[in-house]
Design a protein around this ligand. Structure first.
Ligand code: FUB
Length: 342
């Protein structure tokens, strides 16, 4: 009798173990466990099947750099747990690709903690290369000067590690007084013109710009303003043929709109909507590049997991097309994304 009860117990325990194992294998196979725990990949190679392109962690605020035939994709990193409706962002991420579909994930290249003067909030950023170095302009909350600030990371390699290039913020909230808010010094975009003059453009509700010295770590003149209709944030400047393009997030929830000019300092002519509101996210934050003969629009939406949203965002890539007169066609956001380019 006692041994029967013992055997019965063993049978039920074995059954329970088998059921748990089966369930685990099933969930892992579907990627559900991996997604719901938001775990990092063991393998650093991601083969992207459609949008969003990164599914094992939340990524936001893309910026891209083409260097030596490789695309480097720099992103923010949303870490807000489900239902938390505020940004939790402590580091930035970098991925690289030579075909826009196979992406390699690199070790975390830079964190807020690398800037002794900063408190938190690894917000939007952009990397540019000059004289063999890579400069990463990043927005964070300043620890002692009220409001957001812009710092500069520097590295000898596009994948980092990056360190604080100045040891202090390049832009602080008390340097810009037009917006009357403490979060107007965010979302830096950077460009070097054909004569070698670098410009930094940034802002929220007001779009600021300033020249940078050749060392890329000091302003070279006063901070000025661009007057752009319904400017919210996320300026991105790029040049194609003889045109400069200034795209930016407009209104809220954000659409991406753009303006064109023959000169970086304007006048800018407003051209209208480039991308509609991105699915399930108040923000949209674009980067634009040309690579191997095609143009790409890189942005984020809030579409992965049931928990995805404005504070758990995911980077997507779709094609960007130009009209003959140089204007850009509205982007068609897709779930298929882009194909491998050789
Ligand atoms: O990621 C934090 C902020 O959200 C960025 O700085 C903005 O562009 C918006 O995407």
């Amino acid at each position: 009798m006692t041994s029967n009860v013992f055997l019965q117990k063993r049978f039920y325990i074995t059954l329970q173990v088998l059921i748990s194992f089966g369930l685990f294998a099933l969930l892992s196979g579907c990627g559900l466990l991996q997604r719901s725990t938001n775990a990092a990949l063991q393998n650093d190679s991601l083969i992207v099947k459609g949008n969003p392109i990164i599914k094992h962690k939340y990524t936001a605020d893309p910026a891209a750099l083409v260097y030596n035939d490789t695309v480097y994709l720099y992103t923010g990193h949303d870490e807000a747990p489900a239902k938390r409706e505020s940004y939790i962002m402590h580091d930035w991420q970098v991925f690289s690709s030579t075909d826009m579909v196979n992406w390699k994930e690199h070790p975390v290249p830079m964190k807020v903690k690398d800037f002794a003067w900063a408190k938190d909030d690894a917000w939007a950023a952009q990397v540019i290369n000059r004289n063999g170095k890579f400069y990463w302009y990043v927005a964070m909350t300043h620890a002692t000067i009220h409001g957001k600030a812009i710092g500069v990371g520097v590295s000898d390699k596009p994948t980092g590690p990056f360190k604080d290039a100045i040891g202090a913020a390049l832009i602080t909230n008390n340097m810009t007084t037009d917006a009357k808010i403490s979060w107007d010094d965010i979302d830096p975009t950077v460009i070097i013109d054909d004569k070698g003059q670098a410009y930094l453009i940034w802002g929220n509700t007001k779009c600021y710009y300033a020249k940078l010295k050749e060392n890329m770590t000091e302003l070279d003149g006063p901070i000025k303003l661009f007057n752009l209709p319904r400017f919210t944030e996320a300026p991105w400047i790029h040049k194609r043929k003889d045109w400069y393009y200034l795209s930016y997030a407009s209104e809220f929830p954000e659409k991406i709109v753009y303006a064109m000019s023959r000169h970086i300092e304007g006048p800018w002519e407003y051209k209208g909507i480039l991308n509609e509101i991105a699915g399930n996210s108040n923000t949209n934050h674009q980067a634009i590049i040309d690579y191997k003969g095609k143009s790409y629009f890189i942005y984020h939406n809030g579409s992965i997991n049931t928990e995805g949203g404005s504070f758990r965002r995911s980077v997507c890539i779709d094609y960007l097309k130009y009209n003959r007169d140089g204007t850009m066609k509205p982007v068609q956001m897709t779930t298929e994304g882009v194909k491998a380019v050789r």
